[in-house]
Design a protein around this ligand. Structure first.
Ligand code: IPM
Ligand code: MG
Length: 372
């Protein structure tokens, strides 16, 4: 298959982790005889520095002309600590999502066998957890009108949703549930918010078309508690933009590290694949950022184009790296010298030689090999 992929590393650790994902995709292309072409472009703080625009037109044009986008991370502390900044890196990502119509953000969360002891949550609570979060991505409070009074003392953000915006992602969530454990949980705040009541009404109507799927409702405050009390109760979670942002960071604790969580942002025409983590400025350039979220985002990209065996091989490589502790310090208590690049190389090598022995892999990648 021929695929043109736009690579938008963005800020902080973005370039370190996306370059591992690209490495892995190149290995897949050569093993399976695909033709993947990668083109890089700037977005975020780095684009503000260069062009005074977090999403330069050139980047947007590239995204519109490619088959898929691999996104790194966005954000820089100099903007986080300056509430008066008019131009912010995050605007680049939000505009990109909006311009490309990426309304559905799919965030899979699972408890990896090899990492059950690494989560701060008890093993018996998280073991077997497998959740797919469907977060609405182009509406709600993120995109509603923003106001600040002239004297700077009153501010507001409008939260707005239309029936159409709810319907299109709800259908995707129900269809996903049909392929999984046949349950959708809608997370909202319908006891307080009008938008949430519209979500409940519309989603309940749509549920009529999916008789084989159970629809459940949870208020977001309760859902936040349930997520760490009993995460196994969830199959597909459907929720609006802001609640999805918050609940997915919380859910990442189940996996053991936010550095493991991948996502796909899908629209009618375009698709973008991005880790859920941020730009982790403190780690930039140190080789300690976990590239697995970016590598698994690349696997989701392949699945999007029906390349399931290819994606599966990446997942097997990730599993093996976790089992052998070929992992960055966020989840590695055994070795302290496994860098971002080593994890990428290990998975790349696994793709090239899936049947090689564990021992060789471990030794080679820890630099202890007597063979090379
Ligand atoms: C995410 C991030 C973004 C969001 C930020 C960087 C704007 O937190 O993708 O979860 O809030 O959507
Ligand atoms: Mg977030």
């Amino acid at each position: 298959m021929k695929l043109n992929i736009a690579v938008l590393p963005g800020d902080g650790i973005g370039s370190e982790v996306t370059s591992q994902a690209v490495k892995v995709l190149k290995a897949i292309a050569s093993e399976f005889n695909h033709n993947f072409k990668f083109t890089n472009a700037d977005v975020g703080a780095i684009a503000i520095d260069k062009y005074n625009n977090p999403l330069p037109e050139k980047t947007l044009d590239l995204c519109r002309s490619t088959d898929a986008i691999l996104f790194g991370a966005i954000g820089h502390p100099k903007y986080d600590n300056d509430p008066s900044a008019k131009v912010r890196p995050e605007q680049g990502l939000l505009r990109l999502r909006k311009e490309l119509g990426l309304f559905a953000n799919i965030r899979p969360v699972q408890a990896y066998e090899a990492l059950l002891d690494k989560s701060p949550l008890k093993k018996h609570i998280i073991k077997g957890t497998d959740i797919s979060i469907y977060r609405e991505l182009t509406g709600g409070i993120y995109f509603g009108e923003k106001q600040l009074s002239k004297d700077g003392n009153v501010a507001s953000d409008l939260c707005e949703y239309s029936r159409k915006e709810i319907e299109r992602i709800a259908h995707l969530a129900f269809k996903a549930a049909q392929m999984r454990k046949h349950k959708v949980t809608l997370i909202d705040k319908a006891n307080v918010l009008e938008t949430s009541r519209l979500w409940r009404k519309v989603v309940a109507e749509i549920a009529e078309d999916y008789k084989d799927v159970i629809l459940d409702f949870l208020f977001v405050d309760n859902a936040a508690m349930q997520m760490i009390l009993n995460p196994k109760q969830f199959d597909v979670i459907l929720t609006e933009n802001m609640f999805g942002d918050i609940i997915s960071d919380e859910a990442s604790v189940i996996g053991g590290s936010i550095g493991l969580l991948a996502s796909a942002s899908i629209g009618e025409k375009y698709a973008m694949f991005e880790p859920i983590h941020g730009s982790f400025p403190q780690a930039t350039g140190k080789g300690i950022a976990n590239p697995v979220a970016s590598i698994l985002s690349a696997a989701m990209l392949l699945e999007h184009f029906g390349l399931f065996s290819e994606a599966e091989l990446i997942r097997l490589g990730v599993d093996k790296s976790l089992k052998l502790n070929i992992s960055t310090p966020d989840i590695n208590t055994k070795y302290d010298n496994v860098t971002t690049g080593k994890v990428g190389e290990f998975i790349e090598d696994f793709i090239n030689n899936p049947s090689d022995t564990n021992m060789n892999f471990t030794n080679i990648h820890l630099g202890q090999s007597t063979i090379i």
